[in-house]
Design a protein around this ligand. Structure first.
Ligand code: CDP
Ligand code: CDP
Length: 226
């Protein structure tokens, strides 16, 4: 059997990272870690506790008093805050609108990165986020930087929102995605950025299956050469 490697998938919002990362992980028998879900969980808790998303110290304190766990259950990754399943609650538009403010703070990121590295310590992991290739798993054997046009990303999220029963307006979504990308790319700590050794993959107009196949062939080439 070939060596279990680490695969980092970064890129802007709704580029298709988590959808393809989950399938790639399943096909390889690897674990899948959605790091965005962890920032979303803290954001949810902050909203529930009326903690200002710009208050770094209070957010850090809140984080130190809660546990965030990613648990695979029947092939689906569930997200827990303490004993509560928040897998759906972290996907609301309110959490989405606030999460990039929470994720700007270095005290928050330091703690999250520690947790993420624990999940990745044995390899055999597909991790997606914004700073996985540049910071969390700098030694990952495969790094993908996934992009897609903002129009297509907004359209994808729009369809997804409608499917999940959320109200959705395409123009508002486009603006929210662009704003989030800007905050994520311009923040001082671990901004969204392609790692020098990452492969760029533009998923615009590509099917999920095509993107999965592309990544699997990159992985195959890499593992054959280890
Ligand atoms: O799925 P979507 O692209 O909407 O976002 P996500 O992956 O759930 O991430 C939500 C937010 O968390 C991002 O917009 C970033 O602000 C933050 N994030 C981050 O800063 N670093 C990561 N490794 C993952 C997410
Ligand atoms: O994780 P990230 O925010 O990058 O994106 P995602 O949540 O995986 O994908 C956003 C939406 O785009 C999902 O509803 C996917 O089904 C869809 N998608 C797509 O239509 N075509 C792709 N090649 C990848 C994702």
């Amino acid at each position: 059997m070939s060596k279990k490697i680490s695969i980092a998938i970064d890129g802007p919002a709704a580029a298709g990272k988590s959808t393809v990362a989950k399938i790639v992980a399943k096909q390889l028998g690897y674990i899948y870690i959605d790091t965005g879900a962890m920032y979303r969980a803290l954001t949810l808790k902050a909203i529930q506790n009326d903690v200002d998303v710009n208050n770094e110290k209070e957010l850090s304190l809140l984080l130190s008093k809660m546990t965030i766990k990613l648990v695979p259950e029947n092939g689906v990754q569930k997200v827990y805050i303490d004993q509560t399943d928040v897998s759906e609650a972290i996907r609301t538009p309110e959490v989405t609108r606030n999460v990039s403010f929470v994720a700007k703070h270095s005290l928050v990121r330091e703690k999250m990165v520690d947790l993420q590295r624990e999940y990745g310590v044995d390899g055999g992991v597909v991790m997606d986020g914004r700073d996985i290739g540049t910071h969390v798993l700098v030694n990952a054997e495969v790094k993908i930087f996934m992009i897609a046009s903002v129009d297509e990303r907004a359209q994808r999220r729009h369809i997804e929102n409608l499917k999940n029963g959320f109200e959705s307006n395409l123009d508002v979504l486009k603006e929210e995605i662009a704003t989030r990308d800007k905050i994520d790319s311009e923040r001082e700590v671990s901004p969204l950025k392609k790692a020098d050794d990452a492969v760029s993959l533009d998923s615009t107009s590509k099917s999920i299956n095509d993107v999965v196949e592309e990544i699997l062939s990159i992985v195959k080439e890499k593992t054959n050469n280890i």
